[in-house]
Design a protein around this ligand. Structure first.
Ligand code: XMP
Length: 535
């Protein structure tokens, strides 16, 4: 047993449908044995300047060979090499003539395969662990004799295979790292990809640079040329449409496609009337005026508000907004006569999490693909961000001149302010109140230089009224709740400890400047058990 995690989706993905990859840059392939951190390994390798992709551990060997990788990495995983049905290592992978680095379970597999001894340790090692370097070898050269690392395993290596040198040990792992440079085989029991292993990046760099001979020249921006060429080849003389939301993913996808096919792209921005203050104008100004991308701006707020009339139940509101969005989008798409391609901002994490179908373009079959577009909308997809992680998309966006406001925009839900008016009907008056209050919060959070440190910061309007006294008069008005959270992925979140001075300023400005509000409260709940949004 190594990591106590669920197998990653790629481990079970269809191994025959792995993307062809790009041969224009050097790459390192990470074979996924179901580890919790497999994605992170690919990310760290990219941060070292080497393109990396995660493939299922059972991907056909010919497919690996055809991509001419500079090295292979075998990820960790939750299994024991002795467990029935545990993923195994095909020995030919160790004989492809490219260096191999096994991490955690990946190391145990390699050692087990080559005749070393893997057994259950007396106690598992989970979390921060001290590593004693016995012999730096090639992999750990230049790193301290005693160093911290992060581990997550129960089985461990007691004896390296013949020909290997043990490089390091930890309290429960007699062989916590080993190597056989002659055969290009390297193994580490700890996780170099997590931040809690301070020399992790250095050890990865040593493997990439000194062992695999990578030149470390890849950067997210290098994707631009490659993608622009690929899009031009895919779309040819065709016409593409792209639904812009104001978020960085759809914006970046649109910019790449626009660079490739120019005015054969039409962007559609459906304004449902539940965007934040000035947001719709900012999208129009940035795209139509600054970036010169053909853009249809549909102000459909009346339609959405009519459909939402009388509704208070969160999921029904989402459904109404989602369905109306489809209708408006379809109407606009129908006006663009020959549109046969739909641009989507699908990211690499979406591809991995959905099992990785691996194709550069596919046809929409399910509404899940596009967050609400229907099954019978038959476009070919153009997905230029399919190989990129979120932070890499931001780098591409910045490189392509997307205004900083969009590059660094905090996540904003599709249904917008519609799910931030809670316990009562969504009306224009309430939207206006919430929009003004939210704008003040955004302005002050930015002024305090906290915007980027927060995952999200926003206001909620509970439809209740409370008594106040304003200008010697009794008021009976709405409260506004401030919600600000820190998070890495929105799966868990903590309430942000905003400075009191900032809270005081925001509270006093909202109450003084927004008619209809006489009270400001702060949400101090973490997720779980609360959620980030109130609905
Ligand atoms: P919760 O509230 O579930 O939110 O903790 C997690 C993340 O998802 C966003 N969110 C949505 N995004 N449509 C979206 O596009 C939605 O209906 C929706 N609901 C929540 C939320 O803002 C947070 O980032």
């Amino acid at each position: 047993m190594t990591e106590g995690s669920a197998p990653a989706a790629t481990a079970g993905a269809d191994a025959d449908s792995v993307p062809a990859g790009s041969s224009s840059h050097e790459e390192v392939l990470v074979l996924d044995f179901g580890g919790q951190y497999s994605q992170l390994i690919a990310r760290r390798i990219r941060e070292c300047g080497v393109f990396s992709e995660l493939l299922p551990h059972d991907v056909p060997v010919e497919q690996i060979q055809s991509r001419k990788p500079k090295a292979l990495v075998l990820s960790g995983g939750p299994a024991s090499v002795y467990a029935d049905g545990a993923p195994t290592l095909r020995p030919e992978l160790l004989e492809l003539g490219v260096p191999v680095l096994g991490i955690c379970y990946g190391m145990q597999l390699m050692v087990h395969e080559l005749g070393g001894r893997v057994e259950q340790a007396e106690a598992g090692e989970f979390g921060r662990t001290t590593l004693e370097v016995l012999e730096p070898g090639r992999l750990m050269a230049g790193t301290p004799a005693t160093q911290q690392c992060w581990m997550s395993h129960r089985d461990t290596v007691f004896e390296p295979p013949p020909g290997f040198t043990a490089l390091a040990s930890s309290p429960e792992s007699p062989v916590a790292a080993c190597e056989d440079p002659a055969r290009g085989l390297y193994g580490i029991q700890f996780h170099p990809e997590v931040v809690h292993t301070p020399y992790g990046t250095e050890i990865l760099t040593r493997f990439l640079r000194d062992v695999a001979g990578c030149t470390e020249e890849w950067s997210p921006a290098s994707v631009i040329t490659e993608q622009v060429e690929a899009i031009a080849a895919q779309v040819g003389e065709g016409h593409a449409i792209c639904g812009l939301s104001g978020g960085v993913d759809s914006a970046t996808a649109a910019l790449l496609v626009h660079r490739a096919i120019g005015d054969q792209l039409t962007c559609v921005f459906v304004d449902h009337g539940m965007m934040r203050k000035d947001e719709a104008e900012q999208v129009v100004t940035a795209f139509r005026d600054q970036l010169q991308v053909p853009l249809i701006h549909v102000d459909a707020s009346d339609r959405f508000l009519e459909k939402l009339a009388g509704e208070t139940e969160p999921e029904r509101k989402r459904k109404i907004i989602g369905e109306e969005f489809i209708r408006v989008f379809e109407e606009e798409a129908a006006k663009i006569a020959d549109a046969d391609y739909l641009v989507q901002g699908t990211l690499y994490s979406d591809v991995i999490e959905s099992g990785g179908d691996g194709h550069a373009a596919s046809t929409i079959k399910s509404h899940h693909n596009v967050g609400g577009l229907p099954e019978d909308l038959e476009f070919d997809l153009v997905e230029p961000l399919r190989t990129l992680f979120k932070d890499e998309v931001r780098a591409v966006a910045a490189e392509m001149g997307l205004p900083e406001r969009f590059v660094w925009r905090q996540p904003f839900p599709g249904p917008g302010l519609g799910i931030r008016i809670v316990g009562g009907e969504v009306t224009r008056e309430r939207l206006d109140i919430l929009r003004e209050a939210d704008a003040i919060l955004q302005e002050e959070v930015r002024a305090a230089d906290l915007y980027r440190t927060l995952w999200q910061s926003f206001c909620v309007l509970p439809v209740v009224r409370s008594v106040g006294v304003q200008g010697d008069e009794r008021s009976y008005a709405y409260p506004i709740v401030i919600r600000a959270v820190t998070s890495d992925d929105a799966m868990t979140a903590d309430w942000a400890r905003l400075p009191y001075d900032l809270l005081e300023k925001v509270s006093s400005r909202i109450i003084n400047e927004v008619p209809g509000v006489n009270r400001v409260a702060l949400d101090v709940s973490s997720k779980p058990p609360a959620t980030i949004e109130w609905e």
